[in-house]
Write a protein that binds this ligand. Structure first.
Ligand code: PPS
Length: 571
């Protein structure tokens, strides 16, 4: 099918330097929108042609068509809705036809957009069509419902400047820079490898084989924008990739970083990834088992079948103009001291086959155990160990959640003292009352204020965790979605242990230490958790402690045992 790449430049949305200077000066009069991290990623790829043929954030017609048919309204294949989500009141303040300034989080203007469309999307429908289910266990569905604004704006974008990156500048290339590089080196066939994980020997082997099979050069094209919550940060990964690059025959392989915000949309995502690589001048694309898979749904089953992504890609590859190379599952054959594709080992009953799964690798890293040389390169393991020291040396956060008067603060205090007695890491207690006094003194108990309060606690706890300390938090934290957001913030840096202090509302009311339940029953305190405001019982906390007929010391001890079983403390 695809023989050689057409490497002529593709259209970008940037204006000339002079026009950009003028636009920047004039933009002072425009209403601004401060882009979210995801929108910055999307805008960069819109402007530099990575999302060619899109000319801006999708209009309502294009959106409806992409959601339902994977095509723009004119029939062009495009699987992912690229939308500018904003808050309702902001959207209402705009007129159709108006230009707005799109700014990064420091206020730097990156582009202007003419607002041609404004609508309130049916998010449940979008979730079902694009991600396969309206199930918040899917990170992008969760984002759609809990992070994205309620209203979408659409319209063409005029690019002023690229988002600023201070890291790995020399490794970031626009599609046209990539095309020029391939032209210069005479690379007419290029197979791209998309990844959000560190590369080990098996990946090196499979990418090298894929390139040989396609008689092509190889582009390692890792995503450094947004990946799946909990992934290894891109700084560490890029250092790992640089170490692996030396392992390829010289002049066959290059690496470039892609500032993409992944959606983990499996099959649709694979097609999207292919189109993006086509725009970068590649002729082939490696698609593996469960490509861009988000993991298990809320019923514990995978969202997509293992080969759904390959099937969808295959169906569309002729139209896309980029050819799929199937990912070979590589395993190590000890007897021959080499990696071989699992399905090509004729004598598999007579040889010893070794493999280390991602879960096993994480276990070995977190427990400081050996990672053999046949599995990875020493330089890669070294980088990973620096970022992921054994769990007993990492920071972590414990969130106690439960009704007012359930005993959260008392257990949290006891736990703090026990951890301080053990020593080794600094411990900070973010008790509900302490936080309300020092961080959130202006907040009340509306849903919005409670969310803000818990997000602040999550932010401080994530910083403590990142810096190797222990944060013990003890707010009511009544809403499951907010607790989940905090979990995601913290798990980027270390473990998050949710402890449900499961004292029943009846018992809390019976104890009524502060006399607040009485006031709540009399209607003198409004929106009181458990009486006149909801409390979402945690479904899968790391630990649930009962306090009725159990003393505080024992409750705190149960938490210690949990921490020990997770390898976070040593007995
Ligand atoms: S939240 O929902 O997590 O932001 O709440 P939190 O910061 O933990 O604060 C809870 C403490 O504030 C007192 N209080 C109320 N609780 C619940 N609902 C209402 N409306 C309310 N008004 C005041 C209450 O004493 C809680 O104390 P704790 O420490 O939980 O017993």
């Amino acid at each position: 099918m695809t023989m050689a790449a057409n490497l002529t430049p593709i259209p970008e949305l940037y204006v000339s330097y002079e026009s950009a200077q003028k636009l920047k000066a004039d933009a002072g009069d425009l209403i601004s929108h401060d882009l979210t991290p995801r929108q910055i990623c999307d805008l960069e790829l819109l402007m530099n042609g990575g999302f060619n043929p899109l000319k801006g954030f999708l209009s309502q017609d294009d959106y409806n068509s992409v959601v339902d048919t994977m095509r723009l309204a004119d029939g062009t294949l495009w699987p992912m809705p690229i939308t500018l989500d904003v808050a309702e009141d902001y959207a209402e303040s705009l007129e159709i036809g108006q230009d707005i300034a799109l700014r990064d989080q420091e206020g730097v203007i990156l582009a202007t957009m003419t607002v041609t469309d404004r609508w309130t999307p049916d998010k449940a429908h979008e979730a079902k069509q694009v991600f396969g289910a309206d199930d918040s266990a899917h990170p992008a569905v969760n984002y759609l419902h809990n992070t994205a604004g309620k209203v979408y704006l659409g319209g063409p974008v005029t690019g002023i400047q690229q988002p600023v990156h201070y890291d790995f500048k020399a490794r970031r290339d626009t599609p046209n820079e990539m095309r020029a590089y391939f032209r210069k080196l005479g690379w007419r066939k290029v197979v791209a490898f998309q990844t959000r994980n560190p590369l080990h020997r098996a990946h090196q082997e499979l990418t090298f084989r894929a390139a040989k099979e396609a008689q092509a050069n190889l582009l390692i094209h890792p995503v450094v924008g947004l990946t799946k919550p909990g992934d290894i940060d891109h700084f560490t990964r890029v250092r790992c990739y640089e170490a692996v690059l030396d392992q390829y025959p010289q002049a066959t392989t290059t690496m470039s970083l892609l500032n993409l915000a992944m959606r983990m949309a499996g099959p649709r995502e694979a097609v999207w990834h292919g189109l993006i690589r086509k725009n970068h001048g590649c002729t082939h694309f490696i698609v593996g088992r469960d490509h861009a898979g988000p993991g298990a749904n809320s019923a514990g089953k995978d969202f997509y079948g293992p080969y759904d992504a390959q099937d969808l890609f295959r169906e569309h590859q002729a139209e896309m103009g980029i050819e799929m190379v199937d990912f070979k599952h590589m395993v190590y054959v000890q007897d021959r001291a080499q990696y071989e594709p699992a399905d090509e080992i004729a004598d598999k009953d007579d040889v010893t086959i070794l493999n280390i799964s991602g879960t096993e690798l994480r276990r070995r890293l977190s427990e400081g155990l050996e990672i053999p040389e046949w599995f990875s390169f020493p330089a890669v393991v070294n980088e990973l160990r620096k970022t992921r020291p054994p769990r007993a040396q990492q920071g972590f956060s414990v969130l106690f959640t439960g009704y007012s008067g359930s005993g959260k603060s008392t257990i949290a205090n006891a736990l703090m003292v026990k951890l301080m007695e053990m020593g080794g890491r600094p411990v900070t207690l973010l008790d509900g009352d302490i936080v309300r006094k020092n961080l959130s003194s202006e907040l009340g108990f509306s849903k919005e204020h409670r969310d803000l309060n818990i997000r602040r606690i999550g932010y401080v706890a994530s910083e403590i965790t990142k810096n190797g300390g222990i944060a013990i938090c003890a707010p009511i934290a009544p809403y499951a979605t907010t607790r989940r957001a905090v979990r995601e913030d913290i798990e980027q840096f270390g473990a998050f242990i949710e402890v449900h202090v499961a004292t029943s509302i009846e018992e809390c009311e019976r104890r009524d230490r502060k006399g607040l339940y009485k006031l709540a029953r009399e209607g003198k305190i409004k929106e009181f958790t458990g009486i006149s405001d909801p409390y979402d019982i945690p479904e899968n906390p790391e630990l649930r402690v009962e306090t009725e007929n159990v003393d505080v010391d024992n409750c705190a001890h149960q938490v210690l045992l949990k921490l020990e079983s997770l390898g976070l403390i040593r007995a």
